[in-house]
Design a protein around this ligand. Structure first.
Ligand SMILES: [Zn+2]
Length: 348
């Protein structure tokens, strides 16, 4: 078994605030004099009976963490540390998702908030040797007109490379808001060349996946795991070439599945879906990117060739330039070509 931290991979589902480590949150909160729920600092905030997991507990803790981030310095630190942590786990491409709305009051508006994240992404890319691009995400709990404003803002920074906006997302409670009402925002984003990357198919099932597919025309779906519950929906996902950003720790943390073994990773891959593993919110779910690949290995029996295929899928589903993808994919080939530890041992 080869070292998964050395497997080149793209990380396509990581949220800005949720990327923080517990010590960083503790420090930022202390500096700002903000009280945070002790559950956020104990290293395993969702370690409660399965019946007490779920979205509302998650949302309450996430909002508490977000409320600690109150300056340009905090924002730059979060991007830098997310990039450093990703690079240490073999990520060669990070597409970091941020809804700038809640940080805007502390830095003079949503435009500076986005520009700070983009500039920090550019700096972090150079500092840590990976490409850090940005997905601007709107919230389902806000008015669809806010989403259009964000889409227009995102469009101004559209590109492929480090420090550019590559996609437009829709996050927060999947059960709130009218998906159809966000279609205009996604059209603005797509017309600007941005990838459509809404969440869907985690808290709601295949019916909502169908709605997202037809109204928001995603290039990638945040989660989408519950497409596995209806073969027709899953076929549609595959036929449309929509990549699924599968985040096993998130699914378990939110109580969508009782444990990692129940995450339908096999079903999705066997059906021909493009899967890119992601960590979603390490601050809340307790694990980062490599742990998701380790879960595929240990809970789902993926061997090194299959894990390399997952990494290739993540790279292909990213919005990196063709040249960058070629280089990243060559890195995956090299990883797999190396002898696995133990290969050279003489048989006993
Ligand atoms: Zn997410």
């Amino acid at each position: 078994m080869r070292d998964l931290t050395r497997l080149p991979k793209a990380h396509l589902h990581l949220h800005f605030t949720g990327s923080m480590s517990v010590p960083t949150l503790r420090e930022i909160a202390a500096t700002r004099g903000v009280r945070v729920p002790p559950a956020l600092l104990d290293g395993d905030p969702l370690r409660v009976p399965a019946t007490q997991r779920g979205w509302f507990r998650f949302q309450r803790l996430y909002d508490a963490a977000r409320a600690c981030v109150r300056s340009e310095g905090d924002m730059r630190r979060i991007v830098d540390e997310a990039a450093a942590a990703d690079a240490a786990e073999g990520s060669v491409r990070l597409e970091l998702q941020v809804d700038p709305t809640s940080y805007a009051p502390f830095v003079g508006g949503i435009t500076p908030a986005v520009e700070i994240v983009l500039d920090a992404a550019r700096t972090a890319s150079a500092a840590h040797g990976l490409e850090v691009a940005v997905v601007v995400a709107a919230s389902r709990t806000r008015h669809p007109l806010d989403a259009r404003t964000l889409a227009r803002l995102a469009a101004r920074y559209a590109g492929q490379g480090p420090g550019e906006v590559v996609g437009f997302g829709l996050s927060n409670d999947e059960r709130s808001g009218d998906t159809q009402a966000f279609a205009r925002a996604f059209r603005i984003a797509r017309d600007a060349g941005l990838a459509s990357v809404p969440h869907g198919g985690e808290l709601l099932g295949p019916e909502h996946v169908d709605t997202v597919l037809t109204t928001l025309r995603p290039d990638r779906l945040g989660h989408g795991v519950r497409a596995s519950e209806d073969p027709a929906t899953l076929d549609d996902v595959v036929a449309r070439g929509v990549a699924l950003e599968v985040c096993p720790a998130s699914n378990v943390g939110l109580g969508v599945y009782p444990d990692t073994a129940h995450v339908p990773l096999r079903t999705l891959v066997d059906a021909g879906a493009i899967v890119a593993l992601g960590a979603d919110d390490p601050l809340l779910f307790g694990t980062r990117l490599v742990a998701q690949y380790e879960a595929a290995r240990s809970a789902h029996g993926f061997d090194d060739a299959a894990l390399a295929d997952l990494a290739r899928s993540s790279i292909r589903a990213s919005r990196a330039s063709e040249g960058s993808k070629w280089r990243m994919l060559a890195g995956v080939d090299s990883w797999l070509a190396e002898p696995a530890p133990g290969d050279d041992e003489a048989p006993a």
